[in-house]
Design a protein around this ligand. Structure first.
Ligand SMILES: Nc1ncnc2c1ncn2[C@@H]1O[C@H](COP(=O)(O)OP(=O)(O)OP(=O)(O)O)[C@@H](O)[C@H]1O
Ligand SMILES: [Mg+2]
Length: 290
């Protein structure tokens, strides 16, 4: 089976981690062996799901669903170990403070290492990745663009040799629509939607991929409009004002949805669930993600 890679991005706080977890859970229930990866040095899902630990090495948290946390440094370290083979030598190299500082400032190097690891399955490069599907809880919009730009930056800087070749093979995987899928999460609100549309344009124009939009926290009210409007006649009461607020929200949401349709072909709507138990929330979201 060809491995699939799903990238989940969007403005800060819009629900990327929850949507990524729901996608991962959904695929695992389809019988796929799934790896959910958080990028960065802190795991949100560790606390969210109350897990003992989330590390570079994946741990199974549900049947067929493993979770890992990858930083640029940890991916680079593994890559170097794979190249150098001798662990002690790689250790010597990485535990050097000057080297550490260099790695973290060399433009795009941590990002390149992360993408190298993420795409290592389809590229058949590096330690085995025994998963059918990798779901990446990726960075927010701006940093995500920088992440995707890293391989072409490197390919331009070093045109020959293994680094250039690897960068080009990473780009090929990222642009292969059968392998790499992009999900932009947004709230049905002006600013996040504007940011999402801009990122969508960038992905289409500069990257030649077609991202889908996940509109998250959509207010769903199972009250007929007439009842809502009846309640609105109760002026001077909280209920009347609340009904007015809800109707305005619904009208705005409709506008936002129409606006989103101009930028995205694929749009999924995920309701705002009044659910505080994390796994229950994710299970409800599973029914709504693409
Ligand atoms: N559809 C939903 N219904 C109800 N609550 C939700 C929904 N989606 C996300 N949430 C809640 O919203 C909060 C933010 O979600 P989440 O942490 O997934 O966002 P994020 O985009 O990953 O944030 P960050 O940018 O900080 O990584 C969480 O507390 C989560 O439980
Ligand atoms: Mg998050």
């Amino acid at each position: 089976m060809q491995q699939e890679i799903h990238f989940v991005t969007g403005k800060g706080g819009v629900g990327k981690s929850v949507i990524a977890a729901a996608l991962a859970l959904k695929f695992s229930r389809q019988g796929k062996k799934v790896l959910l990866v958080e990028l960065g040095d802190q795991s949100f899902l560790k606390d969210f799901f109350d897990l003992a630990d989330v590390t570079f090495q994946p741990h199974e948290i549900k049947p067929n669903l493993s979770l890992a946390l990858w930083t640029g440094e940890s991916c680079l370290r593994e890559y170097a170990q794979y190249l150098i083979k001798v662990e002690s030598l790689a250790k010597l190299f990485f535990d050097n403070a000057v080297m550490k500082a260099f790695i973290n400032i060399a433009p795009g190097l941590p990002e390149l290492a992360m993408l190298g690891k993420i795409t290592s399955g389809p590229r058949k490069y590096g330690p085995a990745m025994n998963f059918d599907c990798v779901v990446v809880d990726a960075f927010a919009t701006g940093h995500f663009k920088a992440l995707l730009a890293a391989p072409s930056g490197m390919a331009q800087a070093v045109q020959i040799g293994p680094m250039g070749e690897q960068s080009r093979s990473i780009i090929r995987v990222l642009q292969d629509q059968n392998i790499s899928k992009y999900h932009i999460v947004s709230l049905p609100e002006e600013l996040p939607l504007k940011e999402s549309a801009e990122l969508g344009e960038y992905l289409k124009k500069d990257f030649a991929v077609e991202p889908g939009l996940v509109l998250n926290k959509v207010l769903e009210v199972n009250v007929p409009l007439t009842s809502l409007q009846n309640a609105e006649t109760l002026t001077n009461s909280d209920l009347g004002m609340f009904a007015q607020y809800i109707e305005q929200q619904l009208t705005r949401q409709k506008m936002m949805f129409d606006q989103a349709k101009r930028s995205f072909k694929d749009i999924s709507k995920v309701p705002l669930f009044f659910e505080t138990e994390p796994w229950k929330l994710v299970e409800k979201v599973v029914e709504k993600v693409p």
